[in-house]
Design a protein around this ligand. Structure first.
Ligand code: MN
Length: 467
């Protein structure tokens, strides 16, 4: 992930003369310096200007729009900045915005406060004028109120920055569908044109033959090199000829898939077990390893989850985030929980232990036994979220879950898994997920905060339902 920048734009007006505005610029630079030196933010903050009139505001916003390195703007109203001056600039704004309701002075100097102080410290006044016009114009923005050195302020800004990286990723992402959706499945379908209009990412289909061509072009030397890496990273309990042949084929698929995705410029992709012509096994290991490297993935043609997985991996710097599926319930009274897994494709970034690399038969797909990484998931809080196409709009459904250990080992279910208890409890979590049309596929993340997901959805004009 590249480190990008956020422009810091200060709202003012011409009323005060040169000297106070010079002081405002100095205060602005101090705030920006503090934010940058805090080491709490994933983007560099760059003080752009103190904007005093409509033209300067338009200039600032055009500059932010046109700078590819800029992921958003922070607006600070040090004083009253008459908001009719902002209308034409805000109409042009194409980047996410954060309105920082703060002040240069932390303490009100009760004994000496005078009009000179007010000229520099009138955010309470200016915030309302700016807020009114943003609300009236329907400008999506995050409002963060508090002194700029406060930990909570920094954390709220950082959450927004992560969301802004997600927005930037959504706008440029390409999702490659290798084959179509699984036949007859409803929830993985959706309107790809509507998705591109709202989010920006494009979703296009490729024949599995295009991938097969890449897989067949892989040399034995390339495969052997990758097998050496597998030996280092994973425990391989069965090194029999059959097992190693299957792992050899999986490695070949991985290299082929990487070549294919690089050729089409996709950072997210889907597969389907119903369309594997020319592939010897369902790509399991390769999907897991590509996810571990930050690719988005959705099984059975699920392009919405593939796109969201990639976007959330960007927002979480690819920490502890995976494709997931609700598998089966444990309904012991008072200890209800859900076992999540997939046929093969769970991302090793959520692994609690060193994964084992194993080959086992797979009942569906009608192909040879596929290789896969097997592990359990670390305990801890996570978010499950699901992007849904409801026909007339997209929605984001999210549920916080507590990941727990499995009661016992599951030797007859050789797949990576996670066990969790939905919040606030099993009954409500499950009822509300179903009631809101949540999919069986989700993005599972132990690194994503509810706040960042909310920030992202607000910027994307996407309705979010949090259970
Ligand atoms: Mn599935």
């Amino acid at each position: 992930m590249d480190r990008n920048k956020v422009f810091f734009i200060v709202g003012s007006q011409d009323l005060y003369g040169e000297e106070p505005l010079r002081k405002v610029a100095e205060n602005s630079q101090n705030i920006v310096n503090y934010l940058n030196k805090s080491n709490k933010l994933s983007a560099d903050i760059e003080f752009l200007m103190v904007a005093r009139n409509q033209q300067e505001i338009i200039n600032a916003i055009k500059k932010a729009n046109n700078d590819d390195d800029c992921i958003g703007i922070i607006c600070w109203m040090h004083t009253f900045s008459p908001a009719k001056m902002w209308i034409n600039g805000l109409k042009l704004l194409q980047k996410p915005m954060l309105h920082l309701a703060t002040q240069a002075n932390e303490f009100l100097p009760w004994g000496s406060i005078d009009m000179d102080f007010m000229n520099l410290n009138q955010a309470a006044h200016g915030d309302r004028e700016f807020g009114y016009i943003c609300t009236r114009m329907g400008i999506a923005r995050k409002i963060v109120a508090g002194y700029y050195t406060d930990e909570a302020t920094l954390s709220a800004i950082e959450s927004w920055i992560c969301g802004a990286y997600g927005v930037r990723e959504a706008q440029t992402l390409r999702v490659a569908r290798i084959g179509d959706n699984m036949r007859n499945v409803a929830v993985t379908e959706g309107n790809k044109v509507s998705a591109q209009i709202q989010f920006g990412f494009s979703v296009n289909t490729y024949g599995v033959g295009d991938v097969v061509e890449c897989v067949n072009s892989v040399s034995t030397e390339e495969v052997k090199e990758l097998l050496n890496l597998y030996e280092k990273l994973y425990t391989i309990p069965d090194k029999s000829k059959n097992s190693m042949n299957s792992i050899f084929e999986a490695a070949k698929q991985e290299i082929g898939l990487r070549k294919f995705l690089s050729e089409v410029g996709a950072k997210a992709f889907t597969t389907t077990f119903e369309d594997l012509h020319g592939l010897q096994q369902l790509p399991g290991l390769s999907c897991q390893r590509l996810m571990a490297d930050g690719f988005g993935f959705g099984a059975e043609g699920d392009w919405k989850t593939a796109a969201m997985l990639r976007i959330i991996k960007v927002m979480t710097k690819n920490v502890k985030t995976s494709f997931m599926e609700d598998y089966t319930y444990h309904l012991e009274k008072g200890r209800e929980r859900i076992l999540g897994a997939h046929m093969l494709e769970v991302c090793p970034t959520i692994a609690a232990n060193k994964p084992t690399l194993e080959v086992h038969p797979l009942g569906i797909g009608g192909k040879s036994d596929p290789a896969r990484l097997i592990f359990s998931t670390a305990r801890g809080k996570a978010i499950n979220c699901s992007l849904l196409d409801m026909g007339d709009e997209f929605r984001m459904l999210a549920n916080v879950v507590n990941t727990v250990e499995a009661d016992e080992k599951m030797p007859a279910l050789p797949v990576a898994n996670a066990v969790w208890i939905p919040q606030p409890d099993f009954k409500i979590g499950v009822q509300k997920w179903i009631e809101n049309g949540g999919a069986h596929h989700s993005v599972y993340s132990q690194a994503l905060s509810v706040e960042t997901l909310e920030d992202f959805c607000r910027m994307m004009n996407l309705k979010m339902i949090l259970i």
